[in-house]
Design a protein around this ligand. Structure first.
Ligand code: AMP
Length: 283
């Protein structure tokens, strides 16, 4: 596995692969890898001749009072996991090279980035789309892999790729969970054992909603109330948002559409913000 830290070194490798007509699969991450990330790597390995994983904690997607400094890091461990998986290159760009002094160009997907997580994290998705566009320009992948754990992010990236006639095919993969149901997240490391136990109300509430919808419930207000009630049973947890939206436009729904719905929630557990969702339809 090649460990690449500079853009020029990466471009040489990429050009070499392109000349050999190798397909390149790309998995962008912020590191502190877990089985959710590795499921994307596995899929890329299955579908491409070469697989690239980037590890970059993107300052442009963190708000001023968010956890940029505290975000967990362990590049050595991550590299070991990627090596074991047979990844071809791990790309570790420096923030100073991606955002040199005077950097001033951003890409923004209108509307889709203003709701759900975008409402609580202004500017977050502008930071995400900007870094993904930059990394796509550097890596020039044929396929790129994203998790449905960040369903809104995947929807926004797909829209950017479509609107801007970009080349990579976007693949999205299911949420990987721990045995207790909590969606894997690098941020789970912030949780104390007690907080982690309380946080299980998030997947539990969504599981409840899913089973109600399977049993025929279509009233979005009732779905949202049920989710909130389950979350509110835990005094240490506060709901940031609970939404039932269309999957394609992320517009709030009054009636669940079993072919086009995203049921998503974000909660705060102490200092930690956790998200989870399920989708009805194709993403
Ligand atoms: P991050 O390192 O948090 O930026 O995540 C990198 C990629 O891994 C994103 O496409 C995420 O959606 C995906 N991902 C994170 N957690 C999970 C999970 N539990 N299951 C599936 N994909 C995930």
């Amino acid at each position: 596995m090649k460990t690449v830290k500079t853009l020029s070194e990466f471009k040489d490798i990429r050009d070499h692969w392109h000349r050999q007509s190798h397909t390149i699969g790309f998995v962008p991450t912020m590191g502190y890898l877990h089985e959710g990330h590795l499921s994307l790597v596995d899929q890329s390995k299955r579908e491409n001749r070469k697989t690239v994983v980037s590890i970059f904690i993107n300052p442009a997607q963190f708000g001023p009072n968010e956890d940029l400094e505290a975000y967990p890091r362990d590049v050595l461990r991550d590299s070991g996991l990627l090596e074991e998986k047979g990844v071809d290159a791990v790309f570790l760009p420096a923030a100073t090279e991606l955002y040199p002094a005077g950097f001033s160009s951003y890409v923004e997907v209108e509307r889709l980035g203003d709701v759900l997580c975008g409402a609580s994290r202004p500017g977050h998705f502008r930071g995400v789309t900007t870094i993904v566009l930059k990394l796509f320009n550097i890596v020039r992948p044929h396929y790129a892999y994203f998790g449905r754990k960040d369903a809104q992010q995947a929807i926004i990236i797909k829209k950017m790729v479509k609107d801007l006639n970009m080349e990579p095919v976007i693949r999205t993969l299911p949420i990987v969970r721990d045995a207790d149901g909590l969606a894997l997240s690098s941020r789970n490391t912030y949780l104390s054992p007690g907080e982690r136990e309380a946080a299980l109300c998030l997947p539990r509430s969504l599981q409840w909603a899913k089973s109600q919808i399977e049993a025929g419930l279509r009233d979005a207000a009732a779905v949202k109330k049920g989710i909130r009630d389950e979350i509110n049973r835990q005094p240490e947890i506060t709901a940031d948002y609970v939404e039932v939206s269309s999957l394609d436009r992320l517009e709030s729904l009054t009636t669940v559409d079993t072919r086009n719905t995203l049921v998503a929630a974000a909660v705060r557990v102490g200092q930690t913000r956790l998200i989870d969702n399920f989708i009805l339809g194709d993403l």
